[in-house]
Design a protein around this ligand. Structure first.
Ligand code: S3P
Length: 445
């Protein structure tokens, strides 16, 4: 368990290209494996989560290789064309990997057993198993719908109309991926929109996906996928991950005297809740060169350290920044006044119980914090938090990086007990932050 410490730092400066988007990387590999022919992917996240998905797809018969210039090639087998794996598929720490793959497997007449690490085997899979069973997959899981589980897919799954009981892009995507193999229209209704990378990328690969507003005020979405399309091989360029950009972004905001640039970050409006929230708190964040790359909005960010004010963040914003609450809590700890975050129930079933771990870690760093059943209240004083604690990262990359960010702007260093999980989404995090002038060192402080 390699510990890592962040020390009070001078202003951060420079430019950093953050790693490729994790959500889009998983989807690009899976859709390329379902297309007929060779797709090429540029900017793929080479983090452990995505490498696990690549390994699982290889075990299912897709040919996947990496060129010396970092471009990936995937020889897809076509929808329904994957073959039965000989061994258990281990998705490591990745909820997205396992849940989306379940959708793919539901539309294949084969049997596969899926497992993961100690974090992933504790997470709920019933939310995905339930709609996939309606589509014809047979799934046997451990008590509470947990991994390991065995799935037997169907050669011709039934198309369904499904209203998401929880706002989850993973559940939506699993149903849509299974729907690729179903004749007719598969429909998913979400009462709060979640990230729509699957819809955008399916269109990019040639599927027909219609999206219309849903609900009295049009606040939700109805997604209609026409099944059994012919997916053609594509070139995909994966933008920088806004959820990874969030760490240097908040670090620059709360470390006085900072000015940094983060080029090529994905700015899908269903992912930019953190930027909206921080701007409301007073953050100086500029977007330059807005553009579109394979159907996804992208831009270059410029960030300067800012005086932040506490605010109330409505529950309706949660889906657009669900992975960013831990690092937002670090920003709130440095802001003047109280920040209230609501609608956070889903944080309890992420890589860790993020609500509990953030509250515990902030308290250990001398920050006044209240944890509700699905809310978090952080009382900032507008001065540097005390710090000086060792925080448990609990197999959760975002907990680890959030507390290292807090350490840069605290009076005393902050240590995380285990930095290994960071490699799931941001393999060179420590070096990247050091390159901007952050003081991050191996071991305890
Ligand atoms: C993701 C969806 C979100 C998010 C996760 C990635 C995705 O999970 O927390 O990191 O790529 O679809 P939920 O679907 O469980 O909200």
């Amino acid at each position: 368990m390699p510990a890592l410490s962040a020390h009070p730092s001078e202003g951060l400066a420079g430019s950093l290209r953050v790693p490729g988007d994790k959500s889009i990387s998983h989807r690009a590999l899976m859709l390329a494996a379902l297309a007929v022919g060779e797709s090429r992917i540029e900017g793929l996240l080479e983090g452990e989560d995505v490498l696990r998905t690549a390994a699982a797809l290889r075990a299912l018969g897709a040919e996947i290789s990496r060129d010396d210039d970092g471009r990936w090639r995937v020889w897809g087998r076509g929808i329904g064309g994957l073959s039965e794996p000989e061994a258990v598929l281990d998705l490591g720490n990745s909820g997205t990997g396992v849940r989306l793959l379940m959708g793919v497997l539901a539309a294949h007449p084969l049997t596969a057993t899926l497992t993961g690490d100690a974090s992933l085997t504790g997470r709920p899979m019933g939310r995905v198993a339930e709609p996939l069973a309606l589509m014809g997959a047979r799934i046997q899981a451990r008590d509470g719908g947990r991994l390991p589980l065995t799935i037997t897919g169907s050669a011709e799954p039934r198309p369904i109309g499904y209203r998401l009981p929880v706002p989850s892009a993973q559940v939506k995507s699993a149903v849509l991926l299974a729907g690729l193999g179903a004749p007719g229209i598969t429909e998913v209704i979400e009462s709060a929109p979640t990230r729509d990378h699957s819809e955008r990328l399916m269109r990019h690969f040639g599927a027909e996906v219609e999206v219309s507003p849903e609900g009295e005020a049009g606040e939700g979405r109805r997604i209609r996928l026409t099944g059994q399309p012919e997916l053609g091989p594509q070139e995909v360029r994966v933008p920088g991950d806004p959820s990874s950009a969030a760490f240097p972004l908040v670090a620059a905001l709360i470390t006085p005297g900072s000015e940094i640039a983060l080029p090529g970050v994905g700015l899908n409006p269903l992912r930019t809740g953190l930027i909206d929230t921080l701007r409301e708190m007073g953050a100086k964040i500029d977007v330059e060169n807005p553009r579109e790359e394979n159907g996804e909005p992208v831009g270059d960010l410029r960030i300067a350290s800012s005086v932040l004010e506490g605010i109330r963040i409505p529950a309706t914003r949660a889906p657009s920044m669900i992975d960013e609450y831990p690092v937002l809590a670090a920003a709130a700890a440095c802001a003047r006044g109280t920040t209230v975050m609501e609608g956070l129930g889903e944080l309890r079933v992420k890589e860790s119980d993020r609500l509990a771990l953030v509250a515990r870690g902030l308290a250990a760093c001398g920050v006044a914090v209240e944890e509700g059943p699905d809310s978090l209240t952080v009382h900032g004083t507008g001065t540097a938090p005390q710090g000086g604690a060792t925080v448990e990262s609990a197999l959760d990359h975002r907990i680890a990086m959030s507390f290292l960010v807090l350490g840069l702007a605290s009076q005393q260093p902050v240590t995380i007990d285990d930095a290994a999980p960071i490699a799931t989404s941001f393999p060179d995090f420590a070096a990247a932050m050091t390159g901007l002038g952050a003081r991050v060192t191996a071991g305890p402080s």
